[in-house]
Design a protein around this ligand. Structure first.
Ligand code: NAD
Ligand code: IPM
Ligand code: MN
Length: 355
């Protein structure tokens, strides 16, 4: 029995997680796998009702699960930062989920807005517990013309080294041959000097893997011009946040972007890259494929390779057949896309094409 904590959260988070769960439940019928899902109510509604974001007891409880499946949080009625820090970042930090693994993969050439791109297949290893997300901050003389707002950036050798090492290990494990470091060491001459030194040191342990480097501004350019040259990309927290939305867009959009918040030896948390999308929430048109691909990443992490790969194949197939939501040019509803994935999954399994 695989124990999964489920936090659907807010807005389209709830809508897309329902489809991810539908797919996982279908797998229970097709394969020998059994899940025990336990749902938690944390999110905007819960906060507005109780004043509670994410209590410490819940964090302790989550440690006992095999994985956490998360939708999205964020609500226009709540001040920005309250739910983001109080729930999502608290989970990442408290559970020490130091890598945010974000694949950028083109499932079909028709999905990219770029010209003449057939293959885009890179994986971001975003540092997930430090950087601009972790520093102290404050105001001086708040509200006066002399106001100063300070937001620190933290980079520790320990945090940088384990993330960079993860990137090389991931490349090795998945047969990728190059790791690219993205930083801004030409301006952040302390923080990212550390990144450069650590990257150079760790890379020596992996002589078979090629290394490469871009400053983040040039990386944004290069990802549009020649995304096919990247394999594994390792980068600090904030740059990883921004570049992976760009990455999502060059392979079809946020509706397809999956991620895992990972600690290799502790409970990890899987969530789509997108947020709660208040602009489309409640309309039944959110693309559930990011959440479904996120479920696939979770299955892979849990060692269920065949299940993971078959879900990914099923997603590729519904894209090929245009059984998709309006963001991908289709006319299906969220739940209809979930149903389509389930149907293909069944066929692949029956025809022995699973895995
Ligand atoms: P967003 O990712 O929610 O939406 C950006 C745009 O992409 C919107 O136009 C939205 O409609 C579209 N979009 C996103 N996911 C989609 C999907 N599955 N199908 C179709 N279209 C999709 O980002 P935002 O608007 O900047 O943020 C909204 C709220 O979500 C904020 O409160 C923000 O803090 C929060 N947020 C949460 C997470 C998370 O929980 N992991 C991630 C990002 C943003
Ligand atoms: C993401 C989101 C979060 C981040 C926010 C909501 C805290 O944008 O998961 O990409 O910045 O990491
Ligand atoms: Mn983001």
């Amino acid at each position: 029995m695989i124990k999964i904590a489920v936090i659907p959260g807010d807005g389209i988070g709830k809508e897309v997680v329902a489809e991810g769960l539908k797919v996982l439940r279908k797998l229970e019928q097709l394969s020998n796998v059994k899940f025990d899902f336990q749902e938690y109510p944390f999110g905007a509604e819960h906060y507005l009702k109780t004043g509670e974001t994410l209590p410490d007891w819940a964090i302790e409880e989550f440690r006992k699960f095999d994985a956490i499946y998360f939708g999205a949080i964020g609500d226009p009625r709540v001040k920005p930062g309250v739910l983001e820090h109080g729930i999502l970042l608290k989970l990442r930090f408290s559970l020490d989920l130091y890598v945010n693994l974000r694949p950028v993969k083109l499932y079909h050439p028709k999905l990219t807005p770029l010209k003449e791109k057939e293959k885009i297949d890179m994986v971001f290893v975003r540092e997930n517990t430090e950087g601009l997300y972790a520093g102290a901050g404050g105001f001086l003389r708040k509200g006066t013309p002399q106001e100063v707002a300070i937001q620190e950036m933290i980079n520790t050798r320990y945090g940088v080294e384990r993330t960079v090492r993860f990137a090389f290990e991931y490349a090795k494990k998945t047969g990728r041959k190059k790791v690219t470091l993205v930083d801004k060491a030409n301006v952040l001459t302390y923080a990212h000097d550390l990144w450069q030194r650590v990257f150079a040191e760790v890379s020596e342990e992996y002589p078979e893997i090629e290394t490469d480097h871009y400053y983040v501004d040039a990386m944004a350019m290069k990802m549009v011009r020649s995304p096919e040259i990247f394999e594994v990309v390792v980068t600090p927290n904030m740059f990883g946040d921004i570049l992976t939305d760009l990455g999502a867009e060059i392979v079809g959009g946020l509706g397809l972007a999956a991620s895992g918040n990972i600690h290799p030896r502790k409970v990890s948390m899987f969530e789509p890259v997108h947020g709660s999308a208040p602009d489309i929430a409640g309309k039944g048109i959110a693309n559930p494929l990011a959440a479904i691909l996120t479920a696939s990443l979770m299955l892979e992490h849990l060692g269920l390779d065949k299940e993971s790969k078959t879900v990914e194949k099923a997603v590729a197939k519904v894209i090929e057949e245009n059984k998709v939501t309006p963001d991908l040019g289709g006319s299906l509803k969220t739940h209809e896309v979930g149903d389509a994935v389930v149907k293909v999954l069944e066929v692949l399994w029956d025809e022995g094409e699973a895995g």
